[in-house]
Design a protein. Structure first.
Length: 547
């Protein structure tokens, strides 16, 4: 449908003397009364043509009478052109969808461009929590979306396994280990609490016995820290696997130091004249690139800052040849974005090469009441606890029901309800219903193959035409989701499609005594389940045949 509007308007603009015709943006109106598709192209031409947008829109509309696809074209608001399609045109586009299948639902927008999506990247000092889960859902869905759109996507997890926080985990584990052996061991004032630290201490005891019973932290630091890190990373990997999220690469911060990447980054920056010494420290000239102040990369005591390894990490990404870098971070990192954008401009010449998606935290409720924090984690509800209670599919889908930077509340009772109040159940139930329709049709001896050649003229009910229109807007939603890097748009689309399907199913029999009507409606069902399956796959959610 979008291509039809774009080509028709372009031809009309050509007739008006605009050659080459400007790009025609097409969108789906929020209200059905405003037509099936709309374009604001006239408003963008007002300055060039020195006419009011509404007058330009009327000129375009007058040049369109020969377009057989449209039932009507209306000028609305400040100069929008609203298009309503003819029913026979819609049915033919449905047939095209049935013939072409998934290929018609997506477009090669990436053309092989390399994109790295770095997400989750939680410090390996504790279990993944609810916020990490939302970041995982966003990062994985975005990766799927971009891959479907023709980008070459790499998913990466950055392991923050260097620095003070990791050492603090080791001190916390050693203190619990010595306590378990009956030795008085002061717990670090800002150490990591929660039963998981005690679990690590018991596992350490099982492996080494009482070897470190009387050791100072410095005497066993390397062993204890490495042990704790290895166990926490294993747990993180297992939780992500249970959540259905995979990574292509895992980049260790320690390795950046061990392989000389940090020193290499500083050398590159020195050569470009963007480092200077002051107050005994080494500084990055961040203000030259739009940051609010210059940033220390090596402190006066010779220690590198976290920022130094972050610079090295992003330089390595650039040197690996990615065309775009996407970082999915928690919203608490918002203040860190300008300094990394400054780094990107300094090293790559453009800050837009990096895109940071900030993900808001999730509030957890049960029946409208806040859920108490986890006893095992000590300070938060773990992702694993939520997966065990409501399932990975439900959690992922709910995490994607809002834009990533919007606050989200997850109600555990609503999440397991088998009703329209549970968004993922509502959609998965729709897919299962359609598969049951086909099973029933087969039992009745109805031919369910070659539905793309069925006579679609019987699809004349207003609800059927609304469903067809919705199906045909999938590629538009897909493109908008890709261009804006917003996978939640697919979630909205699937919810709206399910909201149309269920009432239709409840009011109209698909398998009837009228063979022609039955095959036409089965063709519609096939297209609907195709859209559900494709959309759910992007979100990383299953499309069950039975429930």
């Amino acid at each position: 449908m979008k291509k039809t509007v774009m080509e028709a308007v372009s031809r009309a603009l050509g007739q008006m003397g605009l050659r080459p015709a400007p790009r025609v943006e097409v969108e789906v109106p929020r209200e059905e009364a405003h037509g099936d598709l709309s374009t604001p192209v006239a408003m963008g031409l007002a300055k060039e043509l020195r006419k009011p947008p509404r007058e330009i829109a009327r000129d375009i509309a007058r040049a369109l009478p020969g377009e057989e696809a449209f039932e009507k074209v209306e000028v609305a608001g400040p100069g929008f052109l609203n298009f309503t399609f003819r029913a026979d045109f819609l049915r033919e586009r449905l047939r095209e969808l049935l013939r072409e299948g998934p290929a018609l639902l997506r477009e090669d927008l990436g053309r092989g461009r390399r994109v790295q999506v770095e997400f989750v990247s939680a410090n390996p000092t504790g279990p993944l929590h609810l916020g990490h889960g939302r970041g995982a859902a966003v990062g994985a869905a975005l990766s799927n979306l971009l891959r479907e759109a023709g980008f070459a996507v790499e998913r990466e997890y950055y392991i923050n396994d260097a620095g003070r926080q990791v050492e603090l985990l080791g001190r916390s584990v050693l203190a619990r280990y010595r306590e378990a052996l009956g030795v008085e061991a002061p717990f670090p004032e800002d150490g990591y609490k929660g039963a998981y630290v005690e679990d690590l201490a018991r596992a350490l005891q099982e492996e080494v016995g009482e070897v470190y019973r009387d050791s100072t932290f410095q005497e066993c630091r390397e062993k204890v820290v490495d042990f704790a890190l290895a166990h926490m990373l294993t747990r993180i990997r297992e939780d992500l696997q249970a959540f259905g999220v995979q990574f292509d690469t895992w980049q260790s911060e320690r390795e950046l130091y061990d392989e000389g990447a940090v020193e290499h980054a500083l050398t590159v920056m020195r050569e470009r004249g963007i480092l200077y010494e002051a107050e005994g420290a080494l500084w990055f000239r961040a203000t030259r690139y739009g940051d609010e102040k210059d940033r220390v990369v090596v402190k006066s005591d010779g220690q590198h800052t976290y920022f130094a390894s972050d610079i090295a990490y992003h330089l390595r990404k650039l040197e690996r040849g990615f065309d775009e870098l996407i970082n999915v971070w928690g919203a608490d990192h918002h203040g860190y974005v300008p300094r990394l954008e400054a780094v990107m401009e300094a090293l790559a010449g453009e800050r837009k090469k990096l895109r940071v998606l900030l993900v808001q935290m999730v509030a957890l409720e049960r029946g409208g009441k806040p859920v108490q924090m986890s006893k095992r984690a000590g300070e938060f509800v773990t992702l694993r606890e939520v997966i065990d209670e409501i399932g990975a599919d439900t959690a992922k889908f709910i995490f994607l029901t809002r834009r990533h930077d919007s606050h989200l509340t997850l109600d555990l009772e609503a999440a397991v309800a088998q009703s329209a109040e549970n968004p993922v159940y509502y959609i998965q139930y729709a897919t299962a219903r359609i598969h049951s329709i086909f099973a029933h049709a087969g039992e009745q001896g109805v031919e369910t193959e070659s539905l793309e050649s069925a006579d679609l003229a019987p699809l004349a009910e207003a609800e059927e035409l609304r469903l067809i229109k919705k199906l045909l807007t999938y590629p538009i939603v897909f493109e908008q989701a890709v261009r804006n890097r917003e996978p939640h748009r697919m979630t909205f689309y699937l919810q709206e499609l399910a909201g149309m399907f269920h009432p239709y199913y409840n009011r109209h029999r698909v398998v009837t005594e009228d063979v022609a009507l039955t095959r036409a409606r089965l063709a519609l069902m096939k297209a609907i389940v195709l859209s559900f399956s494709e959309g759910l796959r992007i979100l990383g959610v299953s499309a069950p045949k039975k429930m």
